[in-house]
Design a protein. Structure first.
Lengths: 155, 99
């Protein structure tokens, strides 16, 4: 199946198997921030934005994103969320971090000033084995306080 | 410390005839945002001390601390994780409930 999509702001076309999940396709394209970890949609490591909404790429059949906009953590380069995660040291091993970056971007797009409770509820679908949750909440706060980012063409 | 919370309260591989029965992240629960306690920590620096790693060194004391807290209530638990079921059973044992 020929798949055409807007990938991190750039038009991309790729041939995929009809039964292939999006996480495999993205990794094949070199976007290694997207990580299949549990493979059943409970850990959040493969979170991507599809038309701006956070989704688990391990549960999404690749052909379903034809014509859509897909953003991975690579596409968040320069985003205050990424800077905030770094500044807050919001990771230990870093495996879950790209998924959190994408999930936090989704949260702040919907709710620019989340309360702690709202952040906890929104991010409960992302697991961090190292337990960096407190620092990740710091990062959400920092990102929410950061000046608005420059538009990157993502709708 | 949050990783230690998992060891203390949640995490256990369950076997049935040699096969793990909870070998996925939906059956084997690690701490999530929903389990986050109010938590503070302090780093104690000692001048001239050797350089040590941080991170997992904070894990082992957590089950011990929670176990000691239970011990102070007369609840004796020496098995991890300290699940609600095990705490209840230990409470019954403390109170001599044989029902």
């Amino acid at each position: 199946v020929r798949l055409e999509l807007a990938l991190n702001g750039t038009r991309a076309a790729v041939d995929v198997d009809a039964g292939e999940t999006l996480v495999g396709v993205l990794r094949r394209l070199g976007l290694s921030s997207v990580r299949e970890t549990c493979g059943i949609g409970v850990c959040g490591s493969c979170t991507v934005l599809v038309d701006g909404a956070a989704m688990s790429a391990c549960l999404l059949l690749a052909p379903l994103v034809d014509g859509r906009e897909v953003t991975t953590a690579e596409g968040l380069d320069g985003d205050p969320v990424v800077d905030a995660l770094s500044a807050a040291h919001a990771y230990q091993c870093g495996w879950c971090t790209p998924g959190f970056a994408v999930a936090i971007r989704d949260l702040l797009d919907r709710n620019p000033r989340p309360t702690r409770e709202e952040s906890v509820a929104a991010l409960a679908g992302n697991l961090c084995r190292c337990g960096s949750y407190l620092k990740i909440l710091d990062a959400v706060e920092r990102a929410a306080e950061a000046p608005a980012r420059a538009p990157n063409g993502r709708g | 410390m949050i990783m230690g919370l998992g060891t203390a309260l949640f995490e256990e591989v369950v076997f049935d005839e040699g096969q793990p029965t909870n070998a996925s992240l939906s059956d084997y629960g690690i701490p999530t945002f929903a389990d986050l306690p109010a938590l503070t920590h302090e780093l104690l620096e000692r001048e001239g001390a050797d350089v040590h790693g941080l991170g997992e060194t904070a894990v082992p004391p957590v089950p011990a601390a929670i176990g000691n807290a239970l011990h102070s209530l007369g609840i004796e638990l020496t098995e991890l994780p300290m699940t609600p079921e095990r705490v209840l059973a230990a409470l019954d044992a403390r109170d001599g409930d044989t029902s």
